[in-house]
Design a protein around this ligand. Structure first.
Ligand SMILES: *[C@@H]1O[C@H](CO)[C@@H](O)[C@H](O)[C@H]1NC(C)=O
Ligand SMILES: *[C@@H]1O[C@H](CO)[C@@H](O)[C@H](O)[C@H]1NC(C)=O
Ligand SMILES: *[C@@H]1O[C@H](CO)[C@@H](O)[C@H](O)[C@H]1NC(C)=O
Ligand SMILES: *[C@@H]1O[C@H](CO)[C@@H](O)[C@H](O)[C@H]1NC(C)=O
Length: 289
């Protein structure tokens, strides 16, 4: 309950006059509030456009967004907070702050994010909010912009990701098996058995193999059974990317045939997976002056 203390000359007067004053007295604070609010509001630049796409070869989310043109025109120093969420996991998997100074060219802003699990495995969503450097107030968050994973596709059978077959020794890899539409995955396992983290909802299963090593076998096999006990499998090769050849040496005896030798580092890849080396030929002509 708000108390109104009326000055003596008004308090004594007739009812009509007093009501009028009370309304004014109530409106004034509201008006002040509104003015303060709209001054702060004009310092807030919510995201006006947000587009998220994916580059599956690089397993990268590409984010493009913009704010109003007036912010560009004012060459505003502005911070953005960007969040990435995986649908199914309620938690935000990545938060990043980005400080930029907008320029008059008015081009949209760009940011990219490399995913540690194949983007096919589940849907990813991104949202952004902003704060002018001169202000303390964050804008509202944009809506989440979602890039669907293949768990939302119409496919009937399970699929295993990543499709990449060569994995670098020492790295960590997360694999997933996605069931067909409305289908439950019964089991998803790795052979040889290694330490793994598992994530499960009924349609998507994830396995993380840490610190891949060729000693545990240069082939990793994964097996995925759907609810009808049908088996899907994939094999991965663990190795080292080929080094620059060492002790490279070429010689010729007759100036027609050149014999080159080099030593190559161990890659732990064999047979048809052996690295291929290409010899590139450059001719030198000696000019005599
Ligand atoms: C979003 O970005 C992608 C990749 O740059 C582009 O192909 C697509 O047309 C964009 N979508 C919209 C609605 O602008
Ligand atoms: C970005 O700006 C904020 C203040 O708006 C500051 O606290 C933060 O340290 C800055 N971050 C970077 C990476 O410069
Ligand atoms: C999925 O299937 C339904 C009906 O079978 C079809 O209407 C819809 O367009 C399909 N969606 C996609 C993404 O293929
Ligand atoms: C990864 O495995 C190699 C050999 O298998 C071991 O030498 C190394 O310490 C391991 N690294 C980590 C971080 O566990």
């Amino acid at each position: 309950m708000r108390m109104l203390h009326l000055p003596e000359p008004f308090a004594g007067k007739g009812g009509l006059m007093m009501n009028h004053f009370m309304i004014l007295a109530l409106l004034l604070p509201l008006r002040t509030c509104y003015t303060t609010y709209s001054q702060q509001e004009s310092n807030v630049f919510p995201v006006t456009y947000l587009n998220v796409s994916k580059d599956l070869d690089l397993q990268r989310l590409l984010v493009e967004w913009d704010v109003v043109k007036s912010a560009h025109d004012a060459e505003l120093a502005i911070s953005f907070e960007i969040q990435v969420r995986r649908l199914d996991e309620a938690t935000t998997v990545w938060t990043e702050f980005l400080n930029v100074t907008l320029d008059k060219l008015g081009k949209p802003l760009h940011w990219s994010w490399d995913s540690d699990i194949p983007l096919e495995c589940m849907s990813h969503a991104v949202r952004i909010r902003s704060k002018a450097k001169s202000s303390k107030i964050w804008s509202q968050w944009s809506l989440w912009e979602t890039v669907p994973g293949l768990d939302t596709s119409n496919r009937s059978g399970p699929q295993i990701f990543p499709k990449e077959k060569f994995l670098a020794e020492g790295s960590d890899i997360t694999l997933c098996c996605i069931g067909g539409k409305g289908q439950t995955i019964k089991e998803f396992s790795v052979y040889p058995a290694v330490d793994v983290f598992k994530y499960t909802n009924s349609q998507v299963r994830l396995l993380t193999v840490e610190n891949l090593s060729h000693d545990k076998g240069s082939n990793i096999h994964v097996y995925c059974y759907d609810e009808d006990e049908r088996l899907y499998q994939a094999a991965f090769f663990v190795g080292k990317p080929p080094d620059t050849p060492k002790d490279f040496y070429c010689q010729t005896q007759d100036m027609k045939r050149v014999t080159c030798t080099w030593t190559e580092g161990e890659t732990y890849l064999y047979g048809q997976n052996l690295p291929r080396y290409t010899l590139s030929k450059t001719s030198f002509f000696s000019s005599q002056g």
